[in-house]
Design a protein around this ligand. Structure first.
Ligand SMILES: *[C@@H]1O[C@H](CO)[C@@H](O)[C@H](O)[C@H]1NC(C)=O
Length: 494
């Protein structure tokens, strides 16, 4: 159900005012929010934790992942509030962390090494998953049905750690394409700080892309009930192939990837219009990424992508003829759907800022039905989203755990909701853990920096652990926000 007509008019008016008077004064301590948004990833780490891991209630877990199959799949990230390692969202989160470093790393200050460490934790795992067995890519550890039937700390996990892979007979161009994109984007993030690592990442990215393109198919068909409905590739694999080729072009500057984009772009969705960007659907993200090539590098073959980026951006800008007001809550938050809506907020915010940067660097603007929208307008719109998340919203609460005076205390997250292994060293079994899911009080462990699924279409939010649609965190909610927070930490007046 969308907002009523009256409230839409009010929403447009309010947002329009904000656009007319963009204020770049810092409403919040963005540097603190940035630091916390990265600490969240340290809480999602699987594997052997390094000394100094900053989520003190976490310990090692999943140390035998892959062992029964004679592959090393230790490491990586748990996707959300459970103990599964899903390749598609993990790769997307890594891509977005890497894009954050590549485009906004210069604003990160002391947080840059921490952001790179977050990229590396994902990239190291993806590198293993891509190179352990020639001709195969490992795409998941753990059985969703069995894992979800338990409420267990990752450190106690005793559910089957089954391993799933795609190969020539069971293709998965979607998950392989995203993995190639993640490795290529990560290579950009390490180009200066660790060139040898960057070149290993790039080499692996090229191989995985070749595999994805040569053996075409969706992992949702190859692995069906193991990956669906959890991270089913609803958008198919065309979007990931074009996305991967675009990242490979940016990372390698190898003309063969531009030739690929020009030859197959239309077949792979270049002409589609789409209005959300997520772990599943890369179309709009690809358009903004390729617009960079058109705007900054004058690659004329990419003009089409600038046109499509413009129509996406215009749909978000209040007061223009192509504005789609249904995309906002009455309080001004981008709204797509009830489950984990915040992921669409953070991806859209990231794209507004990245596009603003590319436009600005070439002195370009966006033409929305005759009206001119400037890079500064896009920054103001993005700031409104970030400020909403941090507390400037009708409920007056922060949606980032551990940030601000009032934040969610009942994240739907196994580890955070149970006594830690330090406080309670004895094992807590599969069924015994459910008392903590159903307990009324605050989580005993603060999942610092986690941004949760967020409010409903009317800006309503229950701080209820059982309401996973609103209260579950996810790596792909936080990853794009890292770049956005870096931008505001680096550019607003203190
Ligand atoms: C460019 O990429 C193609 C396709 O992956 C590869 O065959 C070729 O060796 C690359 N060229 C360079 C200079 O790296």
């Amino acid at each position: 159900m969308g907002p009523s007509r009256g409230s839409l008019v009010a929403t447009v008016a309010v947002l329009h005012l904000l656009l007319l008077a963009p204020s770049m004064a810092a409403a919040f301590n963005y540097a603190d929010a940035l630091a916390k948004s990265i600490i969240f990833f340290e809480g999602q780490r699987s594997g052997k934790l390094p000394p100094g891991n900053r989520m003190p209630w976490r310990a090692d877990s999943g140390l035998a992942d892959g062992a029964q199959y004679n592959v090393d799949l230790v490491g990586g990230y748990y996707d959300a509030g459970d103990n599964l390692k899903f390749g598609l969202p993990m790769a997307f989160s890594t891509t977005m962390l890497a894009w954050s470093v590549a485009d906004f790393g210069k604003f990160m200050g002391a947080e840059l090494p921490n952001a790179r460490a977050a990229v590396r934790w994902g990239a190291d795992y993806l590198l293993k998953a891509a190179t352990a067995t020639p001709g195969a890519l490992y795409v998941q550890v753990g059985e969703p049905g069995r894992d979800h039937a338990c409420w267990e700390r990752p450190e106690d996990m005793d559910t089957p750690r089954s391993v799933y892979r795609v190969d020539a007979n069971k293709p998965g161009s979607d998950v392989a394409g995203e993995t190639a994109a993640a490795l290529a984007a990560s290579s950009i993030a390490f180009r200066r700080s660790d060139p040898a690592y960057a070149s290993r990442l790039l080499h692996a990215a090229m191989e995985v892309f070749d595999f994805a393109d040569r053996h075409r198919g969706s992992y949702s068909d190859s692995l069906s009930s193991e990956v669906c409905p959890f991270y089913c590739s609803y958008s198919g694999y065309h979007d990931e192939l074009l996305w991967a080729a675009s990242w490979l072009h940016r990372a390698s500057n190898n003309a063969s990837y531009m030739t690929y984009v020009e030859a197959y772009g239309m077949q792979l969705g270049a002409g589609d219009d789409d209005y959300s960007f997520s772990w599943d659907d890369k179309r709009v993200g690809t358009k903004v990424l390729l617009s960079r090539g058109f705007l900054r590098r004058k690659l004329q073959g990419l003009q089409l992508y600038k046109a499509h980026s413009d129509s996406y951006i215009c749909s978000l800008v209040p007061g223009t003829s192509s504005f789609q007001a249904g995309q906002y809550t009455p309080g001004g938050l981008i709204y797509k759907e009830g489950e984990s809506n915040m992921q669409y907020v953070t991806t859209a915010t990231f794209l507004l800022l990245a596009y603003s940067k590319y436009l600005k660097s070439s002195g370009a603007t966006v033409s929305c039905g005759g009206g001119v929208v400037s890079p500064a307008d896009l920054v103001a719109l993005a700031k409104r989203q970030v400020d909403y998340i941090l507390g400037k919203n009708p409920a007056g609460r922060s949606y980032m755990v551990g940030f601000g005076a009032r934040y969610p205390e009942r994240a739907h997250h196994r580890g955070a909701s149970m006594p830690s292994v330090r406080a309670h060293p004895g094992r807590i079994g599969c069924d015994a853990g459910f008392q903590y899911l159903h307990a009324g009080g605050a989580n005993p462990n603060v999942l610092v920096g986690a941004v949760l699924g967020g409010p409903d279409s009317r800006d309503g939010f229950d701080d209820d652990r059982g309401n996973y649609a609103q209260s579950e965190p996810a790596t792909y909610i936080n990853a794009p926000l890292v770049g956005a927070l870096a931008f505001f930490a680096g550019t607003t007046r203190k």
